[in-house]
Design a protein around this ligand. Sequence first.
Ligand code: SF4
Length: 300
Amino acid sequence: MECLAIWNKCNNKCLMCSNPSNYDKWGDYGLKNISSRIEKISANEREVYLTGGEPTIHPDFFKVMDSLKKRCSNARIILDTNGRMFCYDDFLNKFFNYSNIEFQVSLCGQNAALHDKITRTRGSFNQVVLGIKNILKLKLNKSEVEVRVVIHKLTLFSLKNIYKFVSNDLMGIKRLIFIFMEYEGMAGKNKKTIGVTYNEVGPFLEKIFRKTKEAPFEIRLYHFPLCVLPPKFWPYLWRTLPEKEITFLPSCQKCFYKNYCLGIHRDYLRVVGGEEFKPIKKRINLKISDNFYHPIISVN
Ligand code: SF4
């Protein structure tokens, strides 16, 4: 997959953003520079991940989309977005020209009070909810919507309500992802306000996962090493962090399931420490896939 960061600005100011506070001062995100990066992508590329900042507020966003579709016409575009621009009809309607897009939309809460507190942007909740509903109405060919919720101190107590809100109000999405926060960029700076540990999260996931068999969408968990959750959660875990951001402790060498474990985010070890990670020495009956990113299919 090719990753293309196309803009260094955002219309939200999320407390858990993993970008540093001054990232809007760096880099060249002009159309000429982006076009030359697009030219380097293989014409046979199958997936291009479009990110930022917020990619949809790039002044030449649709020119970037058109160049990408021209360069690698069969590639699926994965769009990492806060979803707000999709509340505007003139922006939305331009998407009728496209297909084969995965919309990955961030949601920070089940209501405006929580979502807008985290994005520090009044009105962002109403815009993203309308945006998601609008994208779903487009019914673009070979396209789907994924909703992403970052787990941190401010969302922890609301995870069940966020799950309920998504189940009841955002019918038609393909999947709901719960992502454990990263302690980098703005999130690292805001650790006193939003910092959370793996041990704190487990009991809240238990409450959601009592209901997940009825979920009208797929559920995934990102950024969790195996040993911080009971085995019944393992089939929901995906390995999505880049290799350079993770590490293992010396004690991990004794763990029976290291080969299927994501590892530990380096920033988590630096900020929180390694006390929670204990090698698993009990044999568990697992069904294993050949998908590196989703190694455990089921636990008996
Ligand atoms: S002990 Fe290490 S390898 Fe084993 S599950 Fe925990 S983090 Fe992963």
